[in-house]
Design a protein around this ligand. Structure first.
Ligand code: MG
Length: 352
């Protein structure tokens, strides 16, 4: 199935009349699409409305996007792979769909951009239940509706292994105004949106064998990409550099410092730790410092810019400052300082 997109599997164009058996991407196995995919096609066609900026969506070889005059195009792509980014036994299918789209939208937010259209490529194992696919699409489209993003194309094929999803998001940003990682300067304040560590702390519980109610752990199962905050910060011209927190504060702040050729000093006690579970409790600082998948934003603002404590309903917290020497340092209230080393997000480590 090809959904007005890449044209790799043209016989399976995303139009019921053009629907034919899928070809496994490796070329030598032909098989009939599972029923789940047929349902997926009609469901997406039914539910994906066209919006401003999309001249042509699902149903042709390519989508045609109209980028607003005076804007540049942003494009980002992210995998969501079963066993790497999610597990079917841990994550309900609508949460997998939601998180899949969040990964792309969060990158658009990090540039201060406005998302226009999303493209989904999905490889599904043949034995996958129809209801799983249906719920996956529902989760993805519910978030798309909320943030007014059109699902304008994609592709499906049969997966020889687990569920493999790739999301491409196209967005726009006023020409020359995209917020980069590379423009932090010594003296800038460092800020984060929301609270950190909620997603990683929930993951730790899942690894320990706990069953979690999704409603008690929204930051893990249904993270909100900070599109509105990113756009507001761009419009007000407050920000020098920004990145989204997909890999964890230590890693992602490290990217800003590296790309900008600067260092940073972060005050451990200022880092806002997420609250999770029921009864609600604060996560350990280590999760807030290093845990990934929060999809909050970390940004820098030049000295003298007044950054509000709340933007678009989201708390903004100052956690430190950019320094001239290239070290990234974590200080604590006792006055000691340690290197704030990236302790990267390792997703789901293979288990031996
Ligand atoms: Mg990113």
């Amino acid at each position: 199935m090809n959904v007005a997109g890449h044209g790799l599997l043209r016989p399976n164009r995303f139009s019921p009349t053009a629907f034919r058996p899928s070809r496994v991407p490796f070329g030598y196995i032909e098989s009939i699409l599972p029923f789940a995919e047929k349902l997926l096609i009609s469901r997406i066609r039914e539910r994906a409305p066209r919006r401003r900026g999309i001249a042509m969506g699902i149903g042709d070889d390519c989508a045609i996007l109209q980028i607003p005059a005076g804007n540049q195009t942003l494009v980002t792509t992210d995998f969501s792979l079963e066993g790497v980014h999610f597990r079917r036994e841990w994550h309900p299918p609508d949460a997998v769909g939601h998180r899949c789209l969040t990964r792309g939208l969060s990158d658009i937010a990090a540039m201060g951009g406005t998302p226009l259209a999303a493209f989904l490529s999905l490889a599904l194992p043949q034995n996958l239940r129809q209801s799983w696919v249906d719920q996956f699409v529902k989760g993805l489209l519910t978030l798309a509706d909320r943030l007014k993003v059109t699902l304008a194309g994609g592709d499906t094929a049969q997966s020889p292994g687990g569920v493999l999803a790739d999301i491409v998001v196209v967005g726009s940003v006023p020409k020359g105004k995209a917020i980069r990682r590379s423009d932090a300067r010594p003296g800038d304040g460092i800020y984060v949106t929301g609270t950190l560590g909620g997603a990683a702390a929930a993951l730790k519980l899942l690894f320990s064998g706990r069953k979690l109610r999704t409603a008690d752990f929204p930051r893990h199962f249904y993270p909100t990409p900070r599109i509105e905050v990113g756009r507001w910060l761009l419009e007000k011209g407050l920000v020098s550099a920004m990145i989204d927190l997909s890999d964890g504060l230590s890693t992602d702040l490290g990217h800003i410092c590296e790309e900008s050729g600067v260092g940073a000093e972060v005050q451990a006690e200022a880092v806002p730790c997420a609250e999770i579970g029921k009864p609600v409790r604060k996560v350990d600082l280590q999760f807030a410092l290093h845990g990934g998948d929060d999809y909050e934003l970390v940004f820098t603002a030049p000295r003298g810019k007044r950054v509000p404590s709340r933007v678009a309903g989201v708390d903004i917290t100052r956690i430190g400052r950019i320094t001239r020497n290239k070290q990234v340092i974590l200080t604590n209230p006792e006055g000691t300082a340690v290197k704030f080393r990236p302790q990267g997000w390792e997703h789901f480590k293979p288990r031996t």
